[in-house]
Design a protein. Structure first.
Length: 98
């Protein structure tokens, strides 16, 4: 088994982390699944859409579209955090299937 280093911009890494968390797998497992889906000759065709379709079937393609995302102003986010107060983070509730 070999180990590789992956360099990517911070926003892409953040999206990959979120997608891996949604699949409840490590980033390593998530990236391994993507690489397998993208390189396995039995899965590949000559079209990008076929790869995307296979990634979607494997549960590895997020419905998130980067162009739809708008980063909120940091001050607005901090004000919302203060108003929300302490409590259980949504991510913990989701992990606990609540």
């Amino acid at each position: 088994m070999q180990q590789i280093t992956w360099r990517a911009d911070d926003e892409l890494v953040a999206r990959v982390k979120v997608s891996a968390q949604h699949q409840r797998v490590s980033m390593n497992e998530y990236l391994t699944r993507i690489a397998q889906a993208a390189t396995d000759p039995s899965l590949l065709s000559n079209e990008i859409e076929e790869i995307r379709s296979r990634l979607r079937l494997a549960g590895l393609l997020s419905d998130f579209e980067a162009h739809d995302a708008v980063r909120p102003d940091e001050e607005v986010v901090e004000a919302a955090r203060r108003r929300a107060g302490p409590g259980t983070p949504l991510s913990e509730l989701i992990r606990a299937n609540r």
